[in-house]
Design a protein around this ligand. Structure first.
Ligand code: ADP
Ligand code: MG
Ligand code: MG
Length: 912
């Protein structure tokens, strides 16, 4: 059996792994290796592979530890040699950090353990060696707390309960009359360690482990365990990360940012992750360790002078006050800053992407602890891609591939109305943590945000600070407002990732979770009151503030132009009204792929004529009602065809079961009866007779037109007359495609086609003029897909109606899937909702097969998709490879589909 390599070392500008090995080493591990290879100062360490995580869940703890032991022991020796100190030696011990790292970054998911290897003897050794006793005990205190929380499970599962260690710290501070952690003396810290250990003993029944090796294995296993914690599972679900990926574990020599005033720790970005501006920025804290910067306990300071000045300006702070109280790293540690500046520049250029980096300065010496492509807003994503293209760092294709289609969504949504914002009352100001505009009702708990969202309410989640437990609530809220935390706080990072508006660190908020109130400058706001957030400026307004349409020019316009240059498929839209069609054209739609004629039926008084037609007892009665509908439909089509000048418009004939149109309540039935001059009982009887057991499989689609041909006649006439009328007026109009729904048997289509053609021939004769048109069908019944070669002999085009096709292929009712989908997702029977993401292995194969079969009998058969999937990036990619000519989606998804289509084409050309 060949030897599996489970551990990869890095250090001293060498590494066994490299940046390309994300899958095996996780993102963090791969980049730690790569940073070494490009000569960055990185503390040495090693990465245990993601494959071991999978082994861990297969074989269990004990067996995996046995398997790992030889390689880990060897790797620890490697680190000891570089550092010149020994793990487990009490005089001069090597201390380690144990860090998780999966392929995709999962912020806040798995807690890092720092200062591992400490015990009562080692702490004395560290104190003596460093000559800094307070530092030694600060590190020890942190270690016992982190290890206790994460590995020994002291951290309470519920948010309501406080962390027992924090309670102890709080008590001690009260006893001593101390406010800040930094004011705790060495003796206080010693006292804390003692109390912490006692708490551990009391809760777990065991002594805190003193053996460094026992500590190490405990920490490693706990990283693997955390892969399956609830938060991690939720994050994976939200971000569609498969469970099989597993997490790697990084073990690394510690460097210390908590050694005093010449030490610091921080987070920085090579470009602005909110706006995309090419400006180095970040935050740091002097004499701090680990995640102090993002924890929101102390207010972090800006790294650069310019950032610091901008920050002070927003706070209304004078330059003198800023310099005295919140100076930048550039001012405080100019040498380390200079090195950091050069490194970030080098990394930005080397990785050809905006980098999010973590660093620590130990006694003036800079160490890099992490780099990754930074999370960013949609606006920043587009700007950075276009900037890097202009800077010559990346190619057009790379720029397109950089843009995550779904994230464009953020750029398409409203910003505050300029007039409304002028009269809005600003009640607070925080940091512009994640841009956009949001209005909603105040809620204080993530659970409430969820519950309220389920009732259709729009909310703003207001919290002192957020943590991973709040993910679900953040996901459904319109915006997030926090009292504490900087630009790199949990709330800020997660909100930017979600594309959600967020204002963080609005320090004048007084939040009372118990009373469910928010007090600002003496005024009390209750749960349920409306507020508005401007994530672009950091302002908080009272009440609702109106919003307006976004800008679609600039870098956004340019990236879309590039996308169209590379895409092979066209992107059309699903639109039923001239208004929607106009919006879609602004978003770059190149036609209408689906106009649902019945949507026009519900407007104004029309529904009455529709009901009259449905309730009629015979053909004559139906024709009478249809005659009233004809001019209305014709006018609708004229409006639509005019907006879509020069482009194709696919009009679908009447599709839904008639039962959907009739009145179901007695009051309306009585009105209808009076209208029609028949009895209420007659109406009730007719409505009753239309009810079906399985309406989606019932009397609908072309089955309507084939049983009531006069409906098809009227619609065909309305469509063609509209086109002819526009032609008469000299208006440049759309190209008409008439689409027959729900065909499963070629005869159904033949019959409809015959009616349509006969009607049109009549209209042409009446007008003494003609227009071009085509007749095609939806492919949405599995039988149609299977017999596509026969159907293509009659149909001039196919449009895959993947909503119904999914419904009928999987046998899942779209309206009832909610009953079992959550369970199916949880068990992994389904990975995603098949109505959202095309089921490529099932439904997708029917699509692919039908395209091939269809083109076997009609070579130039035009094929498109008009189901919900037409705007979902992975499905769009599938459509490209299936050889479709276009996808059609809702107006707001058009830019997303354009980009996804371009990316698919680029991927294909790369494969060649
Ligand atoms: P996350 O994935 O949550 O960012 P990390 O593994 O990056 O977690 O660890 C969090 C923080 O802990 C780092 O940003 C860094 O400040 C600190 N840290 C991790 N490893 C070390 C180390 N070897 N020396 C000093 N600090 C470290
Ligand atoms: Mg973390
Ligand atoms: Mg990190």
């Amino acid at each position: 059996m060949s030897q599996v390599k489970r551990v990869y070392t890095f250090g001293n500008k060498q590494a066994e792994g490299n940046g390309k090995m994300r899958e095996l080493l996780g993102g963090k591990g791969a980049n730690l290796a790569e940073m070494n290879l490009i000569g960055m100062p990185v503390p040495p360490g090693f990465t245990i592979t993601t494959e071991v995580c999978t082994e861990y869940y297969k074989l269990g703890k004990d067996q995996v530890v046995e398997l790992l032991k030889p390689e880990v022991e060897k790797a620890v020796k490697y680190v000891e040699e570089i550092m010149g100190v020994k793990f487990g030696n009490n005089e001069d011990p090597l201390l380690l950090s144990v860090r998780s790292g999966s392929r995709a970054s999962m912020p806040g998911m798995m807690d890092t353990i720092l200062n591992l290897g400490l015990n009562d003897e080692a702490v004395a050794g560290i104190a003596k060696k460093s000559g800094n006793e307070r530092f030694a005990w600060d590190s020890y205190r942190r270690f016992v707390q982190m290890y206790g929380d994460v590995v020994l499970g002291m951290k309470p599962a519920s948010k309501e309960e406080e962390d027992p260690f924090e309670v102890i710290i709080h008590t001690l501070k009260e006893e001593k009359g101390v406010h800040n952690d930094t004011d705790l003396t060495t003796e206080d810290l010693k006292d804390l360690v003692k109390r912490f250990k006692a708490a551990v003993k009391e809760v777990t029944g065991h002594d805190f482990p003193t053996s460094p090796w026992e500590q190490l294995w405990g920490a490693v296993c706990s990283v693997f365990d955390s892969w399956m914690n609830e938060r991690a599972i939720l994050y994976r679900q939200l971000n569609k990360i498969p469970e099989e990926w597993g997490t790697a574990v990084n073990v690394q020599a510690m460097v210390f940012g908590n050694m005093g005033e010449t030490s610091a720790t921080g987070v920085c970005f090579s470009r602005d992750s909110s706006t995309g501006e090419n400006l180095f920025n970040g935050e740091y804290l002097v004499n701090a360790q680990g995640e102090d910067v993002v924890a929101g306990i102390r207010t972090p300071q800006e790294i650069t002078i310019i950032g610091s000045q901008r920050w002070a300006e927003r706070k209304g702070m004078s330059e003198a006050e800023r310099k005295a109280t919140f100076p930048s790293l550039e001012e405080v540690m100019p040498a380390a800053y200079k090195e950091l500046f050069d490194i970030q520049k080098k990394m930005d250029t080397y990785f050809k992407d905006m980098q999010d980096m973590e660093f620590t300065i130990q006694d003036g010496k800079l160490w890099m602890l992490q780099t990754r492509a930074g999370k960013r807003t949609g606006a920043a994503m587009v700007k950075i891609a276009m900037d890097m293209l202009r800077e010559g760092l990346i190619t057009e294709e790379e720029a397109i591939l950089r843009v995550e289609p779904n994230k464009l969504d953020e750029l398409l949504h409203p910003v505050f109305d300029k007039a409304a914002i002028k009269s809005a009352k600003t009640i607070s100001r925080g940091l512009p943590a994640s841009p956009g505009a949001a209005t909603g009702q105040i809620v204080f708990f993530a659970d409430d945000a969820e519950a309220w969202a389920n009732q259709g309410k729009e909310t703003i989640l207001v919290r002192i600070e957020t943590s991973p437990e709040d993910l679900k609530g953040m996901n459904v809220a319109n915006g997030i407002l926090t009292a504490r935390g900087g630009m790199t706080s949990h709330a800020a990072v997660v909100a930017r990732g979600m594309g959600k508006c967020c204002v963080s660190g609005a320090s004048n908020l007084k939040i009372d979770y118990k009373a469910r109130t928010l007090e600002i400058d003496g005024k009390v706001y209750n749960e349920g009151d409306f507020i508005s957030l401007n994530g672009t400026t950091g302002e908080v307004y009272e009440g609702k503030v109106a919003t307006q349409k976004p800008e679609l020019s600039g870098d956004f316009g340019e990236i879309m132009k590039l996308a169209d240059k590379y895409a092979k498929m066209l992107v059309r839209t699903n639109a039923d009204t001239p208004h929607d069609a106009k919006v879609a054209r602004e978003f770059g739609a190149q036609g209408i792929g689906l106009c649902r004629t019945e949507h026009m039926f519900f407007e104004g008084d029309r529904i009455k004529s529709v009901r009259e037609m449905i309730l009629a007892n015979d053909e004559a009665g139906r024709r009478k009602a249809l005659a009233k509908l004809l001019p209305i439909q014709r006018e609708d089509f004229e409006g639509l065809f005019e907006v879509m000048a020069g482009l194709a418009v696919t009009v679908r004939l009447l599709d839904p079961p008639l039962h959907e149109f009739v009145p179901h309540e007695e009051k309306q039935q009585r009105e209808m009866a009076a209208e029609l001059g028949i009895t209420f009982e007659e109406v009730r009887e007719k409505v009753h007779s239309l009810a079906e057991v399985n309406p989606m499989l019932g009397h609908r689609g072309c089955r309507l037109g084939n049983t009531y041909p006069e409906i098809t006649e009227m619609q065909a006439r309305a469509i063609i007359e509209a086109a002819l009328n526009l032609k008469k007026k000299g208006v440049d109009a759309a190209k008409v495609e008439i689409m027959v729904p729900l065909v499963g048997n070629v005869k159904e289509l033949e019959y409809q086609k015959d009616i349509i053609e006969t009607t049109i021939a009549k209209v042409f004769e009446e007008y003494g003029d003609t227009v071009e048109y085509t007749i095609g069908t939806m492919i949405e019944v599995p039988r149609a897909a299977v017999t596509a070669d026969e159907i293509a002999k009659v149909a001039q085009f196919f449009s895959f109606g993947t909503n119904d096709l999914t419904q009928m292929t999987l046998g899942f009712s779209r309206d009832d899937i909610g009953k079992f989908l959550p369970e199916y997702l949880k068990r992994g029977i389904l990975k995603v909702d098949p109505f959202e993401v095309l089921d490529q292995d099932g439904v997708g194969q029917l699509v692919k097969g039908a395209v091939a079969k269809g083109r076997s009998t009609r070579e130039n058969l035009k094929c498109g998709i008009c189901g919900e999937h037409g705007g979902e990036p992975s499905s769009v990619e599938f459509c490209h490879f299936a050889g479709l000519n276009y996808v059609s989606c809702s107006p707001y998804r058009v830019p997303i589909a354009r980009l996804a289509a371009a990316q698919a084409a680029i991927k294909e050309s790369k494969m060649k």
